[in-house]
Structures are given as structure tokens and as C-alpha cells.
Design a protein around this ligand. Structure first.
Ligand code: SF4
Length: 226
């Protein structure tokens, strides 16, 4: 029996191995399956139930991170959801694996930093200690943020918990939306313009659009086909 056989698995909803739509630079993004919050207008309602997702170990994802670092030049990982702090133990393991590879850690949470610290939960504290950038707070669709790249709504606060990053020019560029078409499946990540939220949900249930078609979004849409 190997360590991997006994290692706890965490429910993962989606992985994008190299993206520029989820934080500074090129990043390895992991969406957890399961969020206890219910922000109206949430972009990922299918990631909210605590059932489903793909059970995955930190060791397995660490192997993918290494390949992404060596082949795609990622500089960090981004944890999203779902709610990463609802899966804090697994998220800590992922953050630790990323740091061993020299990668930075960014986390999006629907909870505020104050709420997280009030919990006095060891795994939550460990994850915060390993986080370079935390974007916190629930998504408020009536307060869309058009000034800060990667941030969904104006109430959300960017916390630079280490000195690895700062509010540089990257944050002032327009939001990025990436759309990938693989076989019959479309995956989308990044923040779309407000009037384009949910546009792709219908696409997921139908056949993919012709690759010539341009998504109706603002920012810097990327349409990839593989
Ligand atoms: S915290 Fe994030 S994933 Fe959870 S409901 Fe709000 S927007 Fe959706």
C-alpha cells in the first residue's frame, strides 16, 4: 500500500492547468465542489452542492502542478469554488504542495478574512498562513467590479498576505474570460461582463458553437479548441 492509497481525497469540480483569468500571471486553477453560501448570481451554481465532483488527492494534483510549471510556466495556483475554506484541510495540502514547487497561492473565498479568523480553526489558519493573495467576501451582483481585474464585486477585498504580490498594473486591466472547447464539452473561466453571465450555461447543454463565433463578452476573451 502506498501513501497515495491512504491519502484523503477532496472533491474537485474543475481544474484548469494554465490560465490567465484567475489571478496574476499564468496559474493552475482548482475549483472545489461544495459551497455553503448562496450568492445570487453565482457564476458556478453547479459547484455549490457538496455532492459530486471528482475525488482527487493533493499528491495527484501536485504531479499536474509540476508538469504545468515545467511545460506552461505557471507561477502559482488559484483555489476557488465552491468554497476553498469549506475544504480547508485539502486546500492546505494543495497549498503546501504548490509552495514546495516554488509556486504562489491565491484563494477566492465567499467569507471575509475577519469571519475566517474568528473561526479559530487550525486548517483555516494554516491555509491563510500559506496564502499570498486572498480575495474575500461574497459575490454581490448589484455591485459588479469593473475596475479590478479578477475581482467579481466591489465589496470584495484583496488581501496581500505576503509581500510576494502587490496592487500592480495587472490588476487594473480588464477582466479576462477564457473559453475552452474540447470535444463536445465547453469550459469557461474568468469573469464575464455582467450581461454575459450565464451565457455559456446554455452552451454546455447544447452542441458547442462554431469556433468562428466570438463570445459576447468584454475584456480579453480567449476561445481555444483542443
Ligand atoms: S461564495 Fe462563491 S461559489 Fe459560493 S455562492 Fe458565493 S459566488 Fe458562488
Amino acid at each position: 500500500m502506498t501513501d497515495t492509497d491512504t491519502e484523503p481525497a477532496m472533491p474537485i469540480a474543475q481544474v484548469v492547468r494554465s490560465t490567465e483569468a484567475e489571478g496574476p500571471g499564468r496559474r493552475f486553477a482548482v475549483w472545489f465542489q461544495g459551497c455553503p453560501l448562496r450568492c445570487p448570481g453565482c457564476c458556478n451554481p453547479e459547484f455549490l452542492p457538496f455532492t459530486g465532483g471528482q475525488p482527487t488527492t493533493a499528491t495527484a494534483l501536485a504531479l499536474e502542478m509540476r508538469v504545468a510549471r515545467d511545460e506552461a510556466g505557471i507561477e502559482g495556483i488559484t483555489l476557488l469554488g465552491g468554497e476553498p475554506f469549506a475544504h480547508a484541510s485539502g486546500a492546505v495540502a494543495l497549498a503546501a504542495a504548490a509552495q514546495e514547487l516554488g509556486l504562489s497561492v491565491m484563494v477566492f473565498s465567499g467569507f471575509t478574512l475577519g469571519q475566517l479568523r474568528e473561526r479559530r480553526d487550525r486548517a483555516v489558519e494554516d491555509l491563510l498562513a500559506r496564502t499570498d493573495i486572498l480575495v474575500d467576501g461574497p459575490y454581490l451582483r448589484e455591485q459588479p467590479d469593473t475596475e479590478r481585474r479578477w475581482v467579481g464585486s466591489r465589496n470584495q477585498v484583496i488581501h496581500f498576505l505576503t509581500d510576494r504580490y502587490s496592487l500592480d498594473d495587472q490588476w487594473r486591466q480588464r477582466n479576462t474570460l477564457e473559453i475552452r472547447v474540447r470535444g463536445g464539452e465547453i469550459t469557461v473561466n474568468g469573469f464575464p461582463a455582467r450581461d454575459a453571465v450565464g451565457l455559456w450555461k446554455g452552451w454546455k447543454r447544447k452542441k458547442p458553437p462554431a469556433l468562428r463565433s466570438t463570445p459576447i463578452v468584454s475584456g480579453q476573451p480567449v476561445l481555444e479548441s483542443r
